[in-house]
Design a binder for this molecule. Structure first.
Ligand SMILES: [Zn+2]
Length: 195
């Protein structure tokens, strides 16, 4: 991109700076030979985040992640609903919809997973955990979405058929999802979200 001419007014200057910074960030992330977190072949050009946190003059963020462990039906329901929210929840904030982390929004898998009903009992938890496994595994390899497809963090195992297999599958999925999201440069870009 050539230089951006910005009028000396705070809002337009800020948008110009953010646009150019993000372009620089993306160029570094695509280089693949630099150090400081840009040096390895990440699956993303940025790490999806939660937030914003901190004072407005010193904003911070933390990586978007699934937390907790399923041990019984109530904790299974909580975990799979959280996994769905992380991957395909509110559009600006979910991983599949993150067009800073990805080259483009993963429309295919966002559309597929976001319409699966939330878990509220064993039957709906089984449906959701199997849908999570399906759409997450499709996402890792979805054409045109990642700078480098993720062939490492595979959510393996047969579809869940009962409480025990659903608990095992959901817990396995948590570590794969978190490792997938965390594959990005340590220096983040700036994503503008609704006020
Ligand atoms: Zn991804």
């Amino acid at each position: 991109m050539s230089e951006i001419l910005a009028r000396k007014e705070i809002t337009t200057m800020l948008f110009a700076v953010i646009k150019q910074f993000n372009a620089l960030h993306d160029a570094l992330a695509a280089n693949g030979t630099l150090s400081d977190g840009y040096g390895t072949n990440h699956f993303h050009r940025d790490i999806s985040a939660e937030g914003p946190f901190g004072d407005f003059s010193d904003p911070t963020s933390s990586a978007l992640a699934v937390s907790g462990t399923a041990t019984d039906l109530p904790t299974l329901i909580a975990l799979v609903n959280q996994q769905q929210a992380v991957l395909a929840g509110a559009q600006e904030l979910s991983h599949f919809h993150d067009d800073r982390a990805h080259l483009i929004v993963d429309v295919v898998n966002f559309s597929g997973l976001s319409v699966v009903p939330q878990a509220k009992d064993l039957a709906t938890a089984l449906t959701l955990v199997n849908a999570l496994q399906l759409f997450y595994n499709q996402h890792r390899l979805q054409a045109g979405v990642h700078p480098t497809n993720d062939t490492t963090n595979t959510w393996t195992g047969n579809p869940a058929t009962d409480l025990a297999s659903a608990v095992a599958s959901a817990n396995f999925g948590t570590s794969e999802i978190n490792d997938h999201i965390l594959s990005g440069p340590t220096v983040g870009s700036v994503k503008l979200i609704g006020a």
